[in-house]
Design a protein around this ligand. Structure first.
Ligand code: SAH
Length: 233
């Protein structure tokens, strides 16, 4: 596994120390073990884990400023959040998920690895985004595979401080066009769409970078039912 991890890091352009590679391998083994009891992820084979989970997450590294405070919305088994935490000790990270068992798994893993700069939080983004301890507090929000971009932007942008960045990890269709109305209502501005390839995957992936220009209006995020029923356009 260590070799697969090192290759994934090098493809994503990430520098790994030997201890980072070992901790990453340990985390992957925790995911596999826990996955036998709780449904964390469908990707558990070593090579697929290295490229589809680790390498994919690590492609975001170059867009994350030094010492940033970051929240991963809907982190699941810890992707991209844990993968980022393992290679960026300078960051301060919150891994948010609505599923209690996933958060318990992450809290236990963080404890076993002795990571002091990362914390897993159980909650719903649309509720936590209204809590003053979380709203407008992050330099960066990131999310992969949670929901369509207009909804995801509504769930994520409120967490970001003015001037900060929201990164949506998407597939070959970045969805940026359909989300442009939503992004501007939330006081964001599309900054860039960066595409990249992953080993073993035949379609491109994309990172949608959204800059937060001003505070998100207090009406957002709405309740989940309203977000689903009438996505921002
Ligand atoms: N980001 C991970 C997991 C994607 S699955 C990955 O790419 O592998 C989507 C995850 O988002 C699930 O774990 C689910 O519990 C969580 N989720 C969905 N809606 C949410 C919400 N409103 N607030 C917080 N977490 C949410």
């Amino acid at each position: 596994m260590i070799q697969l991890i090192e290759e994934a890091a090098s493809r994503a352009g990430v520098m790994l120390t030997a201890s980072m590679a070992e901790e990453t391998a340990a985390f992957c083994s925790y995911v596999k073990e826990a996955n036998e009891k709780i449904n964390l992820t469908s990707i558990t084979e070593d090579e697929a884990m290295a490229s589809l989970h680790l390498e994919d997450s690590w492609h975001a590294v170059r867009h994350i400023p030094l010492h940033a405070r970051l929240i991963d919305i809907g982190t699941g088994a810890g992707f991209p959040g844990m993968a980022l935490a393992l290679v960026r000790p300078d960051l301060e990270l919150v891994l948010l998920d609505a599923t209690r068992k996933k958060v318990e798994f992450l809290t236990e893993s963080i404890g076993k690895l002795g990571l002091a700069h990362v914390r897993a939080v159980w909650g719903r983004a649309e509720e936590l985004a209204r809590d003053p301890r979380y709203r407008d507090r992050f330099d960066l929000a990131i999310a992969r595979a949670v929901t369509a971009l207009p909804e995801l932007a509504e769930l994520s942008l409120p967490f970001v401080r003015k001037g900060g960045l929201f990164i949506a990890m998407k597939g070959s269709d970045s969805e940026a066009e359909q989300a442009s109305g939503a992004i501007s209502k939330l006081k964001g501005q599309l900054e860039d769409v960066v595409t990249y390839g992953l080993s073993g995957l035949d379609h491109p992936r994309s990172l949608v970078l959204v800059r937060k220009l001003d505070k998100t209006p207090r009406a957002y995020p709405r309740r989940m039912a309203a977000i689903r029923k009438s996505p921002l356009t």
